[in-house]
Design a protein around this ligand. Structure first.
Ligand SMILES: [Fe+2]
Length: 345
């Protein structure tokens, strides 16, 4: 419902749109993650992939917004679709609160949109009264769809933005002031040599979060992302699963690599986080990270960078709404080691 606390009537994430100079590697990546390639735009080079309630568009247009975005950023996330009750009302409310509407000629899709992080687009997608999704209504079936076995990824749990020094407050104000996100956590993370600060914001309907990372110096992993991506943008998407070990079993052989964790991590983690019901040996074998408190826990794992500097997180939650704060130190050390190997720090 549109209300003072949910001014655009946000109800969730509808889709994430990707682009890049070459689409083959993104296509292969989505299929490896268990997305099925199902439909295509009737007149544009845009394909639709789906797994449960995660919807991806792969935009291969050679003119227009995504094409420009791909030329500037390489493999990247050029747009998202956010579900709202009424797209026109959402646009009007967003613009009244300071968002900038995207002109018709600059959009690849007919849905109303405003400018988001790093000149990516946020489209507003309303439910179709006839019940059909935008994919059923605005796309056509592929003659030869590629159906992949589902790997248990259910929805986008959160997506994280990286922003340059000094812009964290500006972007937090953007999500809070225009869309009614609320700040749920603040982190100050210090590695051995570098560090970052992060605000986590939750959407007013509670369906997803956007943490915003800002680097503390010009050498850390956020700064490195900003150089490679040529500006602020999505650092990672987190896929929610109810069975992370099963999902990882199914990803074996896919070539998708995950971050290496310190050997001593598992010596103490099950003392730090009690009550983890999943098989501890399999958690260690898959290098899954564990975090939690008295109420519950989460299991998570991070891929290496796989879409330009963007990576994917896989997360399973058991009565815990955090982001794995207890793992940030271990993760940061892992990334610093990798940066050291590459001579960045
Ligand atoms: Fe995350």
């Amino acid at each position: 419902m549109i209300s003072p606390s949910n001014p655009v009537g946000l109800t969730g994430i509808e889709f994430t749109e990707f682009c890049g100079p070459s689409l083959e590697s993104l296509d292969a990546l989505f299929l490896s993650f268990g997305f099925s390639k199902l439909r295509r735009h009737p007149s544009k080079a845009i394909s639709y992939y789906r797994q449960n309630d995660i919807h991806f568009l792969l935009n291969g247009e050679r003119a227009g917004h995504s094409a420009q975005f791909a030329r500037r950023h390489g493999p990247s996330i050029s747009a998202m679709g956010w579900r709202v009750e009424n797209a026109a009302a959402a646009l009007a409310a967003a613009v009244a609160r300071g968002a900038v509407a995207v002109p018709e000629a600059m959009k690849d899709h007919p849905y109303p949109a405003v400018w988001g992080i790093g000149e990516s687009l946020i489209y507003f997608i309303e439910p179709n009264p006839a019940g059909a999704s935008i994919y059923e209504r605005d796309f056509v079936a592929l003659d030869a769809p590629v159906i992949q076995p589902d790997k248990g990824f259910l929805t986008v749990d959160h997506l994280t933005n990286n922003v340059p020094p000094g812009e964290q407050d500006k972007w937090a104000a953007f999500y809070k002031g225009i869309f009614g996100f609320t700040e749920v956590r603040y982190f100050d993370i210090q590695g051995a040599k570098t560090g970052l600060t992060s605000f986590a914001l939750r959407s007013p309907d509670g369906s997803f979060c956007i943490p915003i990372n800002q680097p503390k110096d010009d050498k850390d992993q956020i700064a490195e992302y900003l150089r490679e991506y040529k500006g602020p943008g999505v650092q990672h998407l987190a896929f929610l699963t109810n069975d992370i070990l099963g999902s990882l079993d199914q990803l074996q052989g896919s070539g998708i690599e995950t971050l290496e964790i310190d050997e001593d991590y598992y010596a103490e983690v099950f003392d730090r986080v009690q009550g983890v019901r999943e098989d501890h040996a399999r958690i260690q074998q898959h290098q899954v990270l564990v975090d939690g408190d008295e109420q519950g826990y989460l299991l998570q794992i991070f891929t290496k960078n796989i879409i330009g500097p963007i990576f994917i997180e896989i997360i399973q939650r058991s009565n815990n709404l955090g982001f794995g704060e207890g793992n940030f130190g271990a993760l940061f050390r892992s990334l610093e080691k990798d940066q050291e190997r590459r001579g960045v720090i």
